[in-house]
Every structure is written in C-alpha cells, then in structure tokens.
Ligand binder design. Structure first.
Ligand code: ADP
Length: 400
C-alpha cells in the first residue's frame, strides 16, 4: 500500500509518499509560503531532478490539491491515480490527554483536536486545516492522526505534574505533555533492533537534538519522562528557546525592560537558546565555526547546551536506575561531531565511553561507543515520516 504522509505548518507543508510493501520512499516535497505571495512547491522523486512549481496557493486546500496533482503527474508522479494512495497519515502536534497512540480520524477525533487548540495555538490549527483539506479532496481515503504528544502519555504522574496548585491541572490541563514523541519512539525502537534485544528489557535515553531539542527516558519500551513540558519551551537549551529557567526571571526582566504583553514569550521562544547566548546564530554550524575561531560566547553557548544534555542524561539514569543505551538523533545529534564529543566527555565512571574515531560520522546509523563501554552510544537518523506511515498502515489494516 502507498501511504501519503502530511505535516502541515501555518504557511508550509511537508509531504512524502512511501510504498509500505518495502517501506521505500517514492517521493517527498515541501510547499512554502501558503497564503503568501510567492507560493512554491518543491518536489523530489527518486532518480529525477528537483521539480519546482511556482504558482499562487491561497490556502492549505490549494496547496494539497497541487501536491496531489504532482503525485499523480505522469512524469513527476508516483501513482497513476489517487486510488493508489491507500491512506494518509497526518502529523498532529497536540492531542492533550486524549490519545496515547495514533488513531483513525473521525469527526469525534476532529472535535478532540479542536479542543486541544488551546494547548497548541500555533500548531494544531494548521494541522487541522490540512486534515480538512485532505478529507475534502480525498473523501474515500482513510486518514490517521499521529500525535507528537502521544508517546509520552505513559509517563507516571510524578513526571508530568507540576508543583503548582493542583487546580491548574484539573481546570486548565496544565501538565507536562512532551513533544517529538514520534521521533523518540522511532529511534528507541531502532536502538533495540540494533542491539538485538527486546525493547522491554532495555533502558534507553533518546536525545533528539535539532533546532528544537528534547531528551526522553524510555524504560522497558515506555516513556517514563521527557524534557519538554506543557509547551516545547521547557527542558534543553535549543536553537532559539531558553529551555529551563527560573520562572521568576520572567517577571523580573519584564519589569526591568518594561516589555509589552507577550514579548517575554517571544524572547524565550525566538531570541534565547544558543542564539541568545552567542548573539550570533541559532544554527549549530555557525556556532561551531565561531567557536573554532575563538569566539568566547559561541564557546559558552556550546558548553551551556552540552551541560544541559548531560544534566538530563544524569537525571534519567537516576530515574531509571541505569541506562543501557544513549541515542543521538536530529540535526545536531546526527551531525555535530564536536557536540557529541563534549556531551559524552568524562562520563566513564557512569559506564559511558565515546569512541572518538567512531564518532567521526554524520547522519548514519551506527554505534559510536567504545567496545568496552557498558552503555552503548548510538547514532540513529530519525525518520518521523516512516513512523507515521507505519502507524497509518497498521491502523488502516486493523480497520479492515
Ligand atoms: P528541526 O526539525 O527542529 O528544525 P533539525 O533536526 O532539522 O531541526 O535540525 C536542524 C539543526 O541541525 C540546524 O539548525 C543546525 O543547527 C543543526 N545541524 C545540521 N547540520 C549540522 C552539522 N553538520 N553540524 C552541526 N549542526 C548541524
């Protein structure tokens, strides 16, 4: 069966078509500037040059219509007609406490997602728009929702309850949800496969280090803790997000700088992280280059970032009473050799030994710990789209 995977942002949309008989990628693409002047669709099919379509796209329905036409195009396409697409998997950011796994999308699921928009006001509305547009254009094709939050729903209350008045949880659903769940799940399962052991026998710490970054503790196949919280702002230092800070700083800075309503939120999400510390860039490649050239604030940004990852690794080792594998994934985790080196330095008393030669690798599934390291360190490129397609296939097959 061919599965279309859709990931809708507010003005962009990413898609892939996978042949699930052999889990191969048939094509992928990106639509940018939806509803803005200069809309563009960039499509890549195996063995062909990149296809670029510049045409006005007023809304998500317009964009998806162009995606579908491209998918069945005689030259650029990968299917003769839409009937060949057996199902659509939609990435949805927030499902609150409603879903702990992927689900077949029905009207009641749509209602539940609408209810969660309060919790993810930037992300859920475009996700919902994308589903609605697909439903209109492909009314007979089953659709599945795959949620970023779902994998973390197994966390015990001590991991997800904040120590603030309990009514904020019961009245307003304020709790830790966690994000990047699809990625954490994918790499944890791959780690177990690579180690040749059932995931039910393993304790794994997954470090998803991208522009957004989070760490998860996965004990016997279920997530028991994760660093992102009520929103993706909590936890690690990120490209532009602060991660954990003393909440009192918010009111203090707001007063000192006489900031308007909402500005602190913008600062913590868009102007902090390694960008804020370095004053240079949110991109770790720029930070690395500047650090190598002797820029002290870039060096500090690297150290603060690494410190926080180490801090969570230590915390999760305590929470799980040990760890069998540490996984690095996403843009920084997969590519930043120097950062993995700093993170893993001087952890030998905890049984964690990085092999500096094996670590000299980017974007490839491999073991990077020394042979005598008690804890395996693994580099595993994430593949959220494949995970979404797998869930979609499983659910659609289960319905038949
Ligand atoms: P997201 O999906 O959160 O936008 P990604 O997982 O794609 O993020 O990661 C993007 C980030 O990965 C970039 O901002 C950059 O900092 C980092 N990155 C990509 N390639 C490299 C590299 N070769 N060395 C260091 N960092 C890299």
């Amino acid at each position: 069966m061919k599965v279309l995977v859709i990931n809708c942002g507010s003005s962009s949309l990413k898609y892939q078509v996978l042949e699930m008989d052999n889990e191969s990628l048939l094509c992928k693409g990106l639509v940018e500037r939806i509803g803005i002047e200069g809309s563009v669709l960039k499509h890549e099919k195996e063995g062909m040059d990149k296809f670029i379509l510049q045409t006005p796209m007023q809304d998500h329905k317009d964009a998806i219509e162009h995606v579908l036409n491209t998918i069945i195009d005689p030259v650029q396409g990968v299917a003769k007609s839409m009937d060949e697409i057996g199902a659509v998997g939609h990435r949805v950011v927030h499902a609150g406490e409603k879903y702990s796994s992927s689900v077949l999308i029905t009207e009641s699921v749509m209602d539940a997602l609408e209810e969660c928009t309060d919790l993810a006001p930037l992300h859920n509305p475009p996700n919902i728009l994308g589903i609605r547009a697909c439903q209109e254009l492909m009314p007979n094709t089953p659709m599945v929702g795959v949620f970023d939050t779902a994998y973390h729903q197994t966390m015990p209350p001590e991991s997800y309850i904040y120590a603030i008045p309990y009514e904020y949880y019961t009245n307003y659903k304020v709790r830790r949800y966690g994000f990047h769940g699809t990625s954490h799940k994918y790499v944890a399962n791959r780690a177990a496969e690579m180690m040749g052991q059932p995931i039910e026998e393993l304790k794994i710490i997954t470090c998803h280090l991208g522009n957004g970054a989070s760490v998860s503790a996965i004990k016997r196949g279920v997530c028991v803790d994760t660093s992102m919280g009520f929103t993706p702002l909590e936890g690690l230092v990120m490209g532009t997000r602060s991660g954990d800070i003393d909440p009192a700083i918010v009111t203090y800075i707001r007063q000192k700088e006489n900031l308007p309503q909402g500005e602190m939120n913008n600062i913590l999400n868009k102007k902090s992280g390694v960008l804020g510390i370095s004053g240079l860039s949110s991109d770790f490649r720029d930070i690395e280059k500047a650090a190598e050239e002797g820029d002290e604030r870039a060096q500090l940004a690297q150290r603060v970032f690494a410190h926080k990852v180490r801090f969570y690794i230590g915390a999760y080792m305590a929470e799980m009473n040990g760890v069998d594998a540490i996984v690095f994934t996403a843009g920084v985790g997969e590519n930043d050799i120097g950062m993995r080196d700093i993170i893993c330095q001087d952890l030998s008393n905890l049984g964690i030994r990085l092999d500096l030669i094996k670590n000299k690798v980017r974007g490839k599934e491999t073991v990077i710990s020394t042979d005598d390291s008690r804890v395996k360190i693994l580099l595993i490129p994430t593949n959220e789209e494949l995970m979404i397609a797998r869930d979609t296939l499983e659910i659609v097959n289960g319905e038949e």
